[in-house]
Design a protein around this ligand. Structure first.
Ligand SMILES: [Zn+2]
Length: 136
């Protein structure tokens, strides 16, 4: 595998997401006009058309929409972490994000399971939000 970063240099536009991860927060965009959350990055609110998108810390709670088990590495950050669970998570604030689910076997995870955000620090210094089964 080649040496590459997941996202080589986070663009300034998404820097708050990565800053949030370093601080242990799931930081996402929200519309200042109507309160609709957005992911991935948008410039215009999909609900009201407003352009005042700001960053706010989400609850970090969600449910599993769909998931799959990755057994082969497709990225340097998969090394030593396989098998990995790739999942679509419906965040409580109303957006669906792609992430990994950790601390559970793929066979034990079900659609609809409650999960909460956790953070994984990689050897290259990157920090990304992942999800684990909800504690309660
Ligand atoms: Zn809006």
């Amino acid at each position: 595998m080649t040496e590459q970063n997941w996202i080589p240099e986070p663009s300034p536009a998404v820097q708050p997401f990565f800053d949030g991860a370093r601080q242990g927060k799931l930081r996402l965009q929200v519309c200042a006009d109507c309160g609709t959350w957005a992911y991935p990055l948008v410039n215009i609110c999909s609900h009201c058309g407003g352009t005042r998108m700001e960053w706010r810390d989400a609850s970090g709670k969600g449910t599993v929409y769909a998931h799959g088990r990755l057994a082969r590495p497709y990225h340097a950050r998969h090394q030593d972490r396989l098998p990995l669970i790739l999942a679509q998570i419906d965040i409580a604030e109303g957006v669906r994000i792609y992430s990994n689910v950790v601390d559970i076997e793929a066979d034990a995870l079900r659609a609809g399971d409650a999960v909460e955000v956790a953070f994984e620090t990689f050897a290259d210094g990157g920090v990304l939000p992942v999800f684990k089964p909800a504690s309660t």
